[in-house]
Ligand binder design. Structure first.
Ligand SMILES: [Zn+2]
Length: 385
């Protein structure tokens, strides 16, 4: 059934559609969709849904009260001979507040498309649509049924989408994540660190710092001592990252601080290190007499270990060679929803989205020339997995 697959043919077709891809990208980028603004995210979601419906897909909105509705897209008629399923995974929310377009309008310059979320990851959403188009224009029917899950809260930790991501991934043989990939060559992400947040809360006792300091228990001092301990949990060589990035406490300079709090960013490369690291935190004991210490949180996105991506990456490398380019891989210190699908044992390949730079910044952009090869790679994967 896939004898018809000619990757170079797909690529030629997609090259001829570059300006259409850019037009759609411009439309998507102008529909601002910050994670916390449900109305805006839903408006954008309707735009995305319309594109898929226009291609004959069935779109189900997974209704949310506080976040934008997630979208589940499935082919209306699964191929009669289809065996298995592939999930395309991406997010529609962005880190940019509404109005960001004023400072960073969508524009084309220097071979790049610039603007909020061009790279992370509206470019990826456009690629998925054109990959499907290319397959149907070439008359290629993927062996497996294709489903897409477009979520609305990836940039804020995927709290509301996690159960849908896990539910859909469990029905699939492979998950292809359309997160962006860095230039120049757009290396795929074959491993990602696990990520979490741990909070420390210290309670001491207030007192006048001049008259009766001995009656106080200084929570800020206690927190500082704890931070010095925590800093030693950091083991970069082993892929364990522990960074206290927020600390606060106290009320007045002449009041012994009664309360203090710190937020710690924790990252691990190995699944097996999660428990030991969390236990180190839970084992922390107050140092100053009378101080109270509460610890909460932990690793909520487990690491995506390379073994969950290796076979898919190998396959993608062959397809890329057929398309005429070399595909590279790298490890990311950041998490994505790919961490969630890999953690439940579903082979996952991440970083298949647009190639560019400047994620989450005023300089966010993608390389226009790489859109067609990337879409062709996605299409080839869908056709051959
Ligand atoms: Zn992203």
């Amino acid at each position: 059934m896939n004898n018809a697959l000619n990757p170079r043919e797909l690529l030629r077709d997609l090259r001829s559609r570059e300006s259409e891809m850019l037009r759609l990208l411009g439309k998507f980028v102008r529909a601002e969709s910050p994670s916390l603004d449900k109305t805006s995210v839903d408006d954008f979601g309707r735009m995305v849904a319309a594109e898929w419906r226009a291609r004959g897909a069935r779109v189900t909105a997974l209704r949310q009260k506080h976040r934008g509705d997630h979208l589940l897209v499935t082919s209306r008629r699964a191929n009669a001979r289809s065996t298995g399923r592939i999930l395309l995974l991406g997010h529609m929310d962005t880190v940019y507040d509404k109005g960001s377009l004023v400072k960073m309008p969508f524009r084309i310059a220097q071979g790049r498309a610039w603007g909020p979320a061009t790279f992370d990851m509206k470019g990826g959403l456009v690629l998925a649509l054109f990959a499907i188009d290319a397959l149907s224009r070439a008359g290629i029917h993927p062996r497996k049924e294709i489903a897409c899950l477009w979520t609305t809260d990836e940039e804020i930790g995927s709290e509301s989408s996690r159960k849908f991501i896990e539910r859909e991934a469990k029905l699939c043989d492979a998950v292809l994540v359309l997160e962006p990939a860095g230039e120049p060559r757009g290396a795929l992400k074959t491993s990602r660190k696990g990520v979490g947040e741990i909070e420390l809360r210290v309670t001491g006792r207030a007192a006048h710092s001049g008259l009766k300091p001995e009656e106080g228990i200084n929570a800020v001092h206690e927190l500082a001592l704890q931070i010095a301990r925590i800093a030693k949990f950091n083991q970069p060589r082993r892929g364990i990252g522990v960074h206290v990035n927020i600390a606060s406490g106290g009320t007045r300079t002449n009041v012994i601080a009664a309360e203090a709090r710190a937020m710690v960013d924790v990252r691990v490369t190995r699944f097996a290190d999660i428990r030991a690291l969390e236990q180190k935190f839970r084992a922390l004991k107050p140092i100053l007499p009378g101080a109270k210490l509460e610890i909460s949180g932990g690793v909520d996105r487990p690491p995506m270990e390379r073994k969950m991506s290796a076979a898919l990456f190998h396959h993608a490398q062959h397809l890329a060679a057929d398309l005429g380019f070399a595909l590279e891989e790298n490890a990311s210190g950041g998490g994505s929803d790919g961490n969630l699908t890999a953690a439940i044992g579903i082979p996952t390949l991440d970083g298949l989205g647009a190639i560019g730079s400047g994620a989450h910044s005023l300089r966010e952009n993608i390389l226009i020339h790489e859109l067609a090869p990337r879409a062709a790679l996605i299409a080839s994967l869908l056709a051959t997995l």
